[in-house]
Design a protein around this ligand. Structure first.
Ligand SMILES: *[C@@H]1O[C@H](CO)[C@@H](O)[C@H](O)[C@H]1NC(C)=O
Ligand SMILES: *[C@@H]1O[C@H](CO)[C@@H](O)[C@H](O)[C@H]1NC(C)=O
Ligand SMILES: *[C@@H]1O[C@H](CO)[C@@H](O)[C@H](O)[C@H]1NC(C)=O
Length: 509
């Protein structure tokens, strides 16, 4: 309430001032500030003193209202606009050599950056911090407690330009930087409905927070960054290492963009002798509408764990832990409603696991070192899945490019699954669309598609052509079963029989 009243008072000041400005503008020097009553004037003076920085906002509003182009020279009240909103952590006593604990200095700098410069808000209830920066000045700082952003929330803030490392007694269940209002980053799994979540805006605490140019070293004590119930967060050009839990955890909220970053539990360039023991998850997306783009994950048991909808993964290179050692590149753990796009990515000795995928798109990606896509049956559902236009390269040991894990029961609900146009070198092609040719003398042509079709005993659609120059026999498609197609003619002929089969249903409408 108090906030609202202060805002109204400020608005009155703006309007009064503005009306004065327009009068001056219209009548020149002779105009008197007659519309100011004494009490209004006094009240406005008081407001000015209380919220000095709001004046700079007022000026900006005024300029835009009066259509004067904004010039960088602050001719109006330079005293008020000169206060920097760049918070340098060494000004607060942080130790850039990393020898002593800088937690308190950081928390104070962050707390100052969260002092609202204006009444402006972003999403309802999220105060606009106006682009304040917490600047690490190229130092490497040790912290013994998480840098948890103030629970009052806020947005439009940048933290950038240096390194953070956990102390030996850093709490192992926390993150170096926490966009989180609760102290416990409890792993309570919440399944959000995307639309419901978007409608209820009151749950968000942070918006448009940018973490940029940071090296985060968890020193095997917890995780790197947690982003809880936040909107429009950017993690850009960060190097996140030595996490034991997650490099980055995103939970609730939406539109966290993780880009141009490098994550690895151990610092290695591949072929590490300790790879078998890599643990942790580089990125866990427990929320909707996030993007991971142009990211390298070089060490972790799981590269990206996705348990929220409508996320996109693009340009990601996973060589976090080989499949043979139990690693997973990208784990889609949202059976029944996946809604994930994986494009332009590079799965390097580690693959994709999709549990009961419903709406999944994988394209233009490169799978190296026998990496493959695994559909894991939970309730036997696989629908709306496209795996197209990818390259698979392996060692020649006959590893299938797409595989089924039916240990929980077979896939029974299969619809609109298109696995086609992938190219394969040194692995076994699997697809849902296949073409076959049989040539010979006789009256029966049996073509076996079991080598290539992904799903057993499932052909929903057949096209065939019987080509012969010897005569005009009658012929027909006689039997489709067990992924075999049998074409027969009424008399023996020398013929070529071309067959195309599809595991997707043909429309009967
Ligand atoms: C992996 O972990 C096991 C069990 O903790 C340990 O015995 C082994 O030495 C580790 N291997 C490597 C290569 O670090
Ligand atoms: C098919 O049978 C005909 C007649 O018996 C024979 O002349 C021809 O060589 C056979 N062709 C093949 C490909 O076996
Ligand atoms: C089709 O082929 C299968 C397998 O050979 C066989 O069991 C089935 O009886 C055949 N169906 C017909 C209609 O011939």
């Amino acid at each position: 309430m108090k906030e609202t009243m202060a805002r109204k008072a400020l608005m009155i000041c703006i309007l009064v001032w503005l009306s004065g400005f327009i009068v001056i503008h219209a009548y020149g020097e002779n105009a008197k500030m007659g519309s100011f009553t004494k009490t209004q004037s006094l009240y406005c003076d008081k407001m000015k003193r209380i919220q000095e920085l709001k004046a700079s906002l007022l000026r900006r509003d005024l300029l835009s209202v009066s259509s004067i182009s904004i010039s960088p020279s602050p001719s109006y009240n330079p005293k008020m606009s000169s206060k920097s909103r760049i918070y340098r952590v060494t000004d607060y006593g942080a130790d850039p050599s990393g020898q002593s604990d800088s937690t308190d200095a950081f928390l104070k700098a962050i707390s100052d950056a969260f002092q609202a410069p204006s009444d402006r808000v972003l999403m309802q209830g999220i105060i606009d911090l106006g682009g304040a920066e917490v600047f690490l000045e190229g130092g490497s700082y040790m912290i013994s407690q998480p840098l948890q952003l103030p629970s009052t929330g806020g947005g439009n803030l940048l933290i950038h330009g240096g390194s953070l490392q956990a102390s030996d007694d850093f709490p192992a269940d926390r993150y170096l930087i926490e966009l989180s209002t609760s102290s416990a980053n409890e792993e309570k799994q919440e399944k959000h409905n995307s639309m419901e979540e978007k409608i209820s805006s009151s749950t968000y605490s942070y918006e448009y927070i940018t973490l940029k140019d940071l090296l985060l070293d968890s020193k095997y004590r917890g995780g790197g960054i947690s982003v809880i119930d936040s909107l429009r967060t950017t993690i850009d050009n960060c190097y996140i290492t030595h996490f034991t839990t997650n490099g980055v955890l995103v939970k609730g909220g939406h539109e966290t963009y993780i880009r141009n970053s490098f994550l690895g539990q151990h610092i290695t360039a591949g072929g590490d002798p300790g790879e078998r023991n890599f643990s942790g998850t580089a990125i866990s997306l427990m929320g909707n509408d996030n993007a991971v783009t142009d990211v390298v994950i070089f060490s972790a048991a799981t590269g990206i764990l996705v348990s929220g909808q409508a996320n996109i993964i693009s340009g990601v290179h996973c060589y976090n832990k080989a499949t043979g050692f139990g690693g997973i590149g990208i784990h889609l753990q949202l059976p029944g409603l996946t809604q994930t796009r994986i494009v332009n990515s590079y799965l390097d000795y580690t693959g994709i696991v999709a549990e009961d995928p419903v709406q999944l798109h994988v394209s233009n990606s490169f799978f190296l070192g026998d990496a493959f896509v695994l559909f894991k049956s939970i309730k036997g559902v696989v629908r709306g899945v496209n795996i197209v236009d990818n390259m698979f390269s392996g060692s020649g040991n006959g590893v299938d490019v797409v595989q089924l894990d039916q240990s929980n029961g077979p896939f029974t609900d299969i619809d609109q699954v298109v696995i086609d146009r992938n190219d394969v070198n040194g692995m076994t092609l699997k697809a849902t669309v296949a073409r076959g040719l049989k040539q010979g003398n006789g009256s029966s042509w049996d073509i076996d598609f079991n080598q290539i079709l992904l799903f057993p005993n499932l052909i929903k659609n057949v096209l065939y052509t019987l080509s012969t120059s010897s005569s005009f026999p009658n012929h027909a498609l006689r039997n489709v079963s067990g992924n075999h197609v049998v074409v027969e003619s009424d008399v023996p002929v020398t013929a070529s029989v071309y067959v195309m089969v599809d595991q997707s249903p043909i429309s009967t409408g």
